[in-house]
Design a binder for this molecule. Sequence first.
Ligand code: ADP
Length: 158
Amino acid sequence: MKKVAIYPGSFDPITNGHIDLIRRASKLFDKVIIGITQNSKKPSFLNIDQRLVAAKTALKEIDNIEILSFNTLLVDFASAQNAQVILRGLRAVSDFEYEFQLSGMNKHLNPNIETLFMTPAEQYANISSSLVREILSLGGDISAFVPKSVEKLLKDSL
Ligand code: ADP
């Protein structure tokens, strides 16, 4: 059986922290599916098509990944994709409480799907999409936080 992991998130935008995690996970699983949430209740900075393009350009050198959007329950998306694992990133203790609750709810909804947590390399632990958006909107330098292709896309979208 192929080991498939879903890495879900808003990826608004994808950052070097996400990419570091995906690169690590791609070595552990046969396939990693990056699932970009189309959460209409949470207003996004980039629309879903822009977020998909950003992820695709940023990850084009990794083979065993797939980039999809979804607007269903995460556990339903995971089983539809035959994934056994939901992957989430932990940057700091502050991420833990929410992630612990989320994994508990998902386990309740579908006990067959495991949530696994991974941590990024130290230099990526402070990067968040929301801070990238804030720095960008105030005219700051985001080149250390996102790949060049994503930086260009973000600047074009302003
Ligand atoms: P969400 O809106 O679901 O929190 P994000 O796109 O912000 O989605 O993040 C997706 C996942 O990646 C989450 O598990 C988050 O904790 C993790 N993550 C975000 N930034 C980083 C980073 N710099 N390093 C490692 N993991 C990260």
